[in-house]
Ligand binder design. Structure first.
Ligand code: AMP
Length: 619
């Protein structure tokens, strides 16, 4: 039987959501639907965006309301127009096989008369942003006296945006008998307070640990010098050929500058910020949703409520002012059970902020290293190889050309041919990244010690990728990302086969066809021996002491490169590869400080009025 039926959802709704691809309930749906279906509880759900929250409250609403009656019975309040439209649309989709379900979206920036007309025609579910809702209430154009359920979605965001008073006024027009369901990604004290104010012994559901954020998100940070930030950012992008990302900046101007620089450099990028008209914002979002944009550069405010699946990376080009904002930013990736990476590009002075976010989330961040130019070339090469391997061939169309193609290539061996084919793209990267400098900022040992001390971790084994004084040996292993290992996978693999505890493994650096990892000096020989005879997919697994020397004192991590395995392969030049899919990539600047494309944003002091971030509260 369909698991949604087991949860108590009726057939016509289950049929509709099956068509949307909902086969199994998400954890939050599994746990909240039975509770909400009783209709007799107030409810607090602590859940990230992208976990299936909308159906978690939307499906019970459809079960509980009386659709024979045409008056408002449920009010859903949410922070943004985008989310309002999304929820309305979702509920309409869930109910498309039911009769007489009327859902109205009420939000600012659109014609109020259309919304009033829809309300007059009769509506059972109103989905609204607080400002416009209050406007309509003040016009006495809606009657909430028979409302049975109020949903406060993304309550933390609504409070962040200053909607507290509007929410109070709106709720005062609803009857005391209604039930209130509150959803929030985080539970700051303000949300606790409104939960207390509006609710009576609510049923509380926490998905994951409090404020932990989505477990499927890997958090990484890179330490670079301020002047290298843009080049480092581009290198990270180039190292992830299939990136579909949202890049967060603190100000509209920074957002605009970076988007412009990226566009100039040939990337598929555009900006989303408050100075754009609604129409312009819709246009940008449409392009992003349809994947005509690979990178969306946004401010926190503009990006609220963005619900795009399959975002692979969130990049914090500038760290947010508040931990909650970090949670919201990173929650744009790893939606609907997928995994994602949240990257922060910082300078050494901002490490304290990272520690604070780590504490807020109760989660350790991984210090990663800006890939070398060679790393990027290698990654891109294998991306090309995979693309060539997986490309769909239009047999019918290509057939007519085959004899001519064969004729052209007749003097090439298969190997020559493959090499040339792959080189078409690869050469661009080699050219671009030849002699690319190391962009990782050196970190003073003392600074790290202070960091550790502050966190009360002195004496503990330093976490992967960070400072500490223990003696570690860096080992090379001939497995890497092309074998579909990420850091976590590799750690598991090393522990199982090397017979070593995960707690003692140091920094892990996954490269393309190989990786590096650190183990305490005393254990390195045993690990190497334990790997003797181990095979991966029929291939012998090789572990060697990294060419850099047998023993390293672990320092900031940022300074060390691959030594022996990489010697002489590093390229010169300033990074910044132009990637416009089309092939007409421009070699626009980004070399050294004289790059006209990005000179503007580097000099931002944060003092210009319009460049001030919108949030006041600081870390
Ligand atoms: P939400 O948290 O409600 O914004 O949902 C995030 C995404 O997950 C949306 O695209 C939903 O359509 C999708 N989704 C929600 N529930 C399910 C489910 N049970 N199975 C598959 N996808 C789902």
């Amino acid at each position: 039987m369909n698991p949604f039926i087991n949860l108590g959802i009726r057939h016509d709704i289950v049929n509709a959501i099956s068509e949307l691809g909902f086969e199994n309930p998400t954890p939050i749906q599994e746990q909240s639907i039975p509770v909400l279906l009783t209709g007799s509880n107030d409810f607090v759900g602590l859940a990230q965006t992208g976990t299936g929250k909308t159906a978690a409250f939307g499906l019970p609403l459809l079960e509980l309301l009386d659709f024979e009656e045409n008056h408002p019975q449920a009010l859903v309040l949410c922070p943004t127009r985008e989310l309002c439209l999304q929820i309305t649309n979702d509920i309409k989709n869930y109910s498309k096989k039911m009769g007489n379900v009327n859902v109205v979206a009420v939000y600012g920036g659109a014609s109020i008369s259309d919304q009033l007309r829809q309300i007059r025609r009769g509506v059972q579910i109103v989905v609204a942003t607080p400002g416009r809702m209050l406007d309509i209430i003040n016009r006495k154009a809606i009657d909430f006296t028979k409302v049975k359920f109020v949903v406060l979605d993304e309550a933390d965001e609504m409070l962040n945006m200053g909607f507290q008073e509007d929410i109070d006024s709106i709720l005062s027009t609803t009857p005391d008998t209604k039930k209130t369901w509150l959803f929030s990604a985080t539970m700051p004290a303000e949300v606790r307070r409104i939960a207390k104010k509006y609710m009576n012994e609510p049923f509380e559901l926490t998905m994951g640990t409090k404020n932990t954020g989505n477990a499927n998100i890997e958090h990484e940070y890179y330490i670079v010098r301020a002047r290298d930030k843009y080049a480092a950012f581009k290198r990270i992008v180039d190292f992830n050929p299939d990136i579909f990302g949202i890049v967060f900046c603190r100000t509209k101007i920074e957002t605009q500058d970076i988007a412009e620089s990226l566009m100039k450099d040939g990337y598929n990028a555009d900006s989303l910020h408050g100075d754009l008209s609604q129409q312009q914002r819709d246009k940008v979002m449409k392009r992003y949703r349809e994947r005509n944009l690979q990178l969306l550069i946004a401010t926190d405010v503009a990006a609220r409520g963005i619900d795009v699946n399959d975002v692979t990376h969130v990049i914090n080009y500038s760290l947010p002012d508040e931990v909650e904002n970090y949670t919201h930013r990173s929650g744009r990736t790893a939606r609907a059970g997928k995994t994602g990476v949240s990257i922060s590009i910082i300078n050494a002075k901002e490490l304290g902020k990272i520690r604070q976010i780590e504490r807020g989330l109760g989660k350790k961040f991984v210090k990663a290293e800006i890939p070398t130019g060679f790393d990027v070339c290698e990654k891109q090469l294998f991306s090309i190889v995979h693309k060539i391997h997986d490309v769909e061939v239009n047999e019918q169309q290509i057939e007519q050309y085959l004899p001519r193609i064969m004729e052209e290539f007749k003097d090439l061996t298969k190997e020559d041919f493959i090499k040339r084919f792959a080189s078409i793209e690869f050469n661009r990267f080699l050219d671009y990244y030849k002699n690319a400098p190391d962009l990782n900022a050196p970190i003073e040992e003392g600074r790290f010690d202070r960091e550790r001390g502050e966190r009360g971790e002195r004496g503990e084994r330093a976490p992967r990728g960070e400072g500490g004084k223990s003696e570690y040996t860096r080992l090379f292993i001939n497995l890497g990302s092309v074998d579909e290992f990420n850091r976590g996978d590799l750690l598991g693999y090393i522990c199982t086969n090397g017979k070593i505890s995960g707690r003692t493994v140091g920094k892990i650096d996954v490269k393309g066809v190989y990786s590096f990892f650190e183990v305490p000096n005393a254990e390195s020989e045993a690990v190497i021996n334990n790997f003797k005879g181990v095979e991966f997919k029929g291939r012998e697994v090789r572990i060697e002491v990294s060419g850099e020397g047998t023993s390293t004192t672990r320092s900031g991590g940022g300074e060390r490169r691959e030594g022996g395995h990489r010697g002489g392969e590093r390229r010169e030049g300033g990074g910044g590869y132009n990637r416009s899919g089309g092939g007409e990539r421009r070699e626009g600047g980004n070399r050294g400080s004289g790059n006209p494309g990005n000179a503007g944003f580097r000099d931002f002091s944060g003092k210009r009025r319009e460049d001030r971030p919108e949030r006041k509260r600081r870390f």
